[in-house]
Design a protein around this ligand. Sequence first.
Ligand code: ZN
Length: 219
Amino acid sequence: MDSKCWSCQEETENSFCVKCGKIQPLSPAEDYFAALGLERKLNLNLPQVEKKFHALSRKFHPDFFQGKSKEEQAISLENASILNKAYRTLKDPVSRIEYLLQVEQGSKEAILCQVPFDLLEEVMELHTRLEEVHSLKEGGNSQELKKVKDYLQPELARLEASYQALKNQIQRLSDEWDGLKKEGEGREAKKLKILTDFRQILSQRTYLINVIEDIRKVL
Ligand SMILES: [Zn+2]
């Protein structure tokens, strides 16, 4: 990163200018991992991340800049807000992966567009059954209702098992991502494979969570 102090134009890479001591904005080129002083990895030591977050937040805390110029106050507010967003995003393991996909490959929307046909079909079938439950409830048909529920119960157990399997896959992929060598033959291809698998798994995960919730509601 090469940047100049906004106030005195001195070259500075620190959060505070080496010459005039004024607070510097976090670089917009920096991602959330970098903003918190982390490598772009998925297995994070959360207590350590929290410590870093608190230390940086103290450094930029707007309270310290109340007597300073408007510019410095604005920068401290902006820095504090970036840090908050960074911490909130990276704290959660799933939003951490979504964010990684976003910084590595752009747009978050693409994450939700690749669901395997089998799963789509299965979910559609389950929704039909769920609608049945609702109309049977309204009609007061308890015998038929029991039948549908007996069908849904093992389906729910199966979906929960699939969800667990996805979680394991996510962990395995995270380990693979963290184990990627900095350079070397085949690195880009491996990287692309991991990111593509992540997209696929995350969209399946969203589908599963929704349908599991819907079934739990009626059982
Ligand atoms: Zn300066």
